[in-house]
Design a protein around this ligand. Structure first.
Ligand code: ADP
Ligand code: MG
Length: 252
């Protein structure tokens, strides 16, 4: 295969997504060390899981990546070409259940905040429809957000992360409220992202799912405890260390 042959290069799974390098990243809030010398690499086009105990700093690390938290150290994204789009699916959605906001309203509001979508408003409806279809929510577009189940809201959160089409997806516990059908939807999406070479950084507490679906897994409890493919990382001893480590006491 030569890269000069356009037909072949189209068929080659060249990753669309960036490489992520966390190098000696430190985050201190007040007098608490949240992240301590965090160093690891996310390979382009990989599904990379981030696991660890509650309070271990996983959400903080990705907020740091997204520029929402101050930090020390180096954090770089190397894109294969022009800098691409980052999709983010937050851990939970804070909103007033009484708000008269439909699924469509919510999607439009989320998408309009994105510079890449400015001036493209007539394409909103189509893109929103496609994204909701991919998560199986197309027939609930007119429902009020407050009337959805937790799993349905989580599907909508996933859908908003797909617009505009991202090359890097950052997912903070995307499966936590999903039911069995929702989990199947998520697994199908993960397969699609892998097939097109999107880089996925995925915080997950379900280690069985990580073992089955991730290419690589980093254990984080204030510092990096391990960083390896799941079959090497998720050994019983490792898991015991990971979940018996209390981030606060580890600070001493
Ligand atoms: N904005 C904040 N201000 C102060 N402390 C915070 C803030 N956000 C998170 N923390 C603290 O940082 C630690 C890591 O939290 P978090 O990143 O949410 O962990 P995880 O996602 O792994 O459960 C916790 O001790 C939490 O209380
Ligand atoms: Mg979290």
């Amino acid at each position: 295969m030569t890269p000069t042959d356009p037909a072949l290069s189209r068929a080659t799974p060249v990753p669309l997504g960036p490489t992520l390098n966390f190098s000696e990243v430190n985050l201190t809030l007040g007098r608490t060390t949240i992240l301590d010398n965090v160093t690891f690499t996310v390979r382009p086009g990989s599904v990379h899981a981030l696991v660890g105990p509650n309070g271990g700093g996983k959400s903080s690390l990705i907020k740091t990546l997204l520029g929402q938290m101050p930090h020390q150290g180096r954090l770089t994204l190397q894109w294969p070409g022009e800098p691409g789009t980052i999709g983010y699916v937050p851990q939970a959605l804070e909103f007033d259940r009484g708000l008269p906001m439909t699924v469509d309203d919510f999607m439009a509001a989320m998408c309009q905040r994105r510079p890449a979508f400015l001036g493209l408003s007539r394409h909103y409806a189509g893109a929103i429809g496609d994204a909701l279809e991919r998560v199986g929510m197309q027939d609930k577009r007119k429902r009020r957000m407050g009337a959805l189940s937790g799993g349905e809201r989580q599907r909508v959160l996933l859908a908003q992360g797909l617009i505009p089409a991202p090359q890097l997806l950052v997912l903070d516990e995307p499966m936590s409220a999903l039911d069995e059908a929702g989990i199947q939807v998520f697994e199908r999406l993960l397969g699609d992202w892998r097939a097109v070479g999107i880089t996925v950084l995925w915080i997950e507490h379900d280690l069985e799912a990580v073992g089955r679906l991730a290419d690589h897994v980093t254990g984080l409890s204030r510092r990096v405890l391990f960083d390896a493919p799941p079959q090497q990382a998720l050994t019983p001893e490792r898991l015991l260390t990971l979940f018996s480590t209390h981030p606060r006491s580890a600070a001493r």
